[in-house]
Design a protein around this ligand. Structure first.
Ligand code: CP3
Length: 348
């Protein structure tokens, strides 16, 4: 039997590891020929509805790339459907909602999530994977700001004017929406942990659009509540945002164990801003298209910064994209393992 690989969990907890663990955001997706083949038969949400297929898609990058963690295959929008949001994933665009939120009445119409009733396939998929995998499974959810950006804009946005306008002009509605989404997120994450997820990541991809004062006032209390609740489940918690380096100092005060940063902030800077946290990141995914020597140099620099003390996880600064190459990701994963086993491995 293959031994369970717990390097990722150890790194989350800031413990010494034999090599720096690596996984990739969006490691299951269209850059994989096998995934594209499955998508010829199933729509995105059809995969989600079918635990056996969903488990296979989740496991694919673990077998193919040799990463140290799996992440449940779903979308941040998955738990919004059952509470009454009519969301479609449009290829090349992202989540689209025809009837965006505009008022208190729209928010009050949103239902409550009962996972066993509404999304039984999620814990079922988690259970299949927990039995099958020899690496930890990461459960995840979208953070309230990032979810609300889709709910209010009706789709992806470059500047979040509508979302921020709503936040500034309608604070009572805003905080009602944050509360509703926080409850949803907590319920959804707890169900994944109860089913066997060994860590959780909260994706706040677009929160970097806010300044520090706005983050403090409109977002921090909600994130504090989410991480405080999930921490009670005794699994490591990770918080990710892109373009959010200016917020990392505030994130250091959240009860999350790991902060995931992008390439706009160096690992060393992140460490200085949040010395009490494990740091995850931060290769620019665009670099996957660079010549190998450049990828290797950049990766070495990231690993030397991250490996200077325990508590580092290698990842990209944001998700893998369809044009990336499987062979490059395989080579990168092997490089991270080999280089850090030689240079940064602690005594076990
Ligand atoms: O990381 C993983 O492998 C797990 C699966 C996962 C998906 N989405 C699958 C997916 C995760 C963790 C997400 C999170 C997610 N979804 C985020 C946060 C992370 C980030 O990238 O910022 C956000 C903002 C979304 C919303 C979303 N869903 C976007 C922007 C897109 C891409 C649109 C496109 O067509 O490229 C999606 C769709 C989506 N989510 C796909 C996958 C594999 C592509 C669906 C397909 O066409 O097969």
């Amino acid at each position: 039997m293959t031994q369970f690989n717990d390097t990722f969990l150890k790194a989350c907890r800031g413990e010494t590891v034999p090599h720096i663990p690596v996984w990739y955001m969006r490691q299951a997706g269209r850059y994989q020929p096998e995934y594209r083949k499955i998508r010829e038969q199933y729509s995105f949400f059809d995969i989600n509805k079918n635990p056996e297929v969903c488990a296979n898609v989740t496991q694919l990058p673990v077998d193919q790339l040799g990463v140290d963690a799996a992440i449940l295959f779903a979308d941040i929008m998955t738990p919004l459907k059952p509470i009454g949001v009519d969301v479609n994933i449009v290829e090349g665009v992202g989540p689209v909602i025809d009837d965006p939120i505009q008022s208190m009445a729209d928010i009050q119409k949103l239902g409550q999530l009962h996972v066993q009733r509404d999304l039984p396939e999620i814990p079922e998929t988690v259970q299949i994977l927990t039995d099958r995998l020899h690496v930890p499974l990461i459960g995840f959810a979208g953070a309230p700001f990032t979810l609300s950006s889709y709910l209010i804009e009706g789709g992806p946005s470059k500047n979040y004017h509508k979302t921020k306008g709503f936040m500034y002009a309608k604070p009572a509605e805003w905080f009602e929406l944050m509360d509703t989404l926080a409850d949803l997120t907590i319920t959804y994450l707890k169900s994944q942990v109860e089913a066997g997820a060994r860590a959780i990541q909260v994706f706040d991809s677009w929160v970097g659009a806010l300044g520090t004062d706005d983050y403090e006032k409109y977002i921090f209390p909600t994130m504090d509540k989410i991480f405080t609740e999930v921490k009670k489940m005794n699994v490591p918690t990770i918080y990710f945002g892109s373009g959010a380096g200016h917020l990392v100092n505030q994130w250091a005060d959240l009860p999350a164990d790991v902060l995931s940063v992008d390439w706009r902030l160096s690992i060393e800077q992140a460490r200085n801003l949040a010395p009490n946290k494990t740091i995850q990141g931060n290769l620019d995914p665009s670099k996957l298209l660079a010549p190998w020597d450049m990828i290797q140099d950049e990766t070495k620099s990231i690993l030397d910064q991250g490996g200077s003390k325990p508590g580092f996880i290698f990842n990209l600064g944001h998700g893998i994209f369809p044009q990336a190459d499987v062979a490059t990701l395989q080579r990168l994963t092997t490089f991270v393992h080999d280089y850090t086993r030689k240079n940064h491995g602690g005594a076990e």
